[in-house]
Design a protein around this ligand. Structure first.
Ligand code: AMP
Length: 149
């Protein structure tokens, strides 16, 4: 089996994120592969709001969220030796944007957590599940428990 050349870490910045990142960095070390990290700033309107199902998304808010995500990625990048040009913030649905990035940059492994914000009570979160089903490359879902072990 060929060594992975380029691993993509999907970082959601939840409490479990560091564990997923550590696994991706370990694999990159073992395979001597490039490691990139991405975060998708979801552009969907807030559906479960008390104000109703549709809230127009605010451009300034998006810019703030992108800036905040870039800061978080910089911290993650410094911790795991991921250079700035491989820290990617994208705007849109994590499910589709992560897959697009993986194809665009020809990554051969995507590392996600088994859950994040959407899957605490489930076996697989919806993002992880969608990526597992639709990715054209290998996917590793790091099994997460609430104890973080
Ligand atoms: P979830 O579907 O929220 O349970 O998330 C499962 C996994 O998908 C997380 O552990 C992350 O690896 C990845 N993920 C979820 N949301 C994002 C996001 N906005 N940006 C990047 N990765 C994400």
């Amino acid at each position: 089996m060929e060594a992975y050349q380029h691993i993509l870490l999907a970082a959601d910045f939840t409490a479990h994120c560091d564990r997923v990142a550590r696994r991706a960095a370990d694999l990159a070390g073992i395979y001597q592969s490039k490691l990139s990290v991405c975060h998708a700033v979801d552009s969907l309107p807030i559906a479960e709001s008390v104000y109703g199902p549709i809230i127009p998304f605010d451009g300034d808010l998006t810019a703030e969220l992108v800036a905040a995500a870039e800061k978080q990625l910089a911290i993650l990048g410094a911790t795991y030796g991921i250079p700035e040009d491989r820290q990617w913030v994208v705007i849109g649905s994590p499910k589709t944007e992560i897959l697009l990035l993986a194809e665009e940059h020809k990554t051969d492994l995507i590392v996600v957590g088994s859950h994040g914000r959407h899957g605490l009570g489930l076996l697989l979160g919806s993002t992880a599940s969608s990526i597992l089903h639709h990715a054209k490359c290998d996917v590793m879902a790091v099994r997460l428990t609430d104890a973080g072990k």
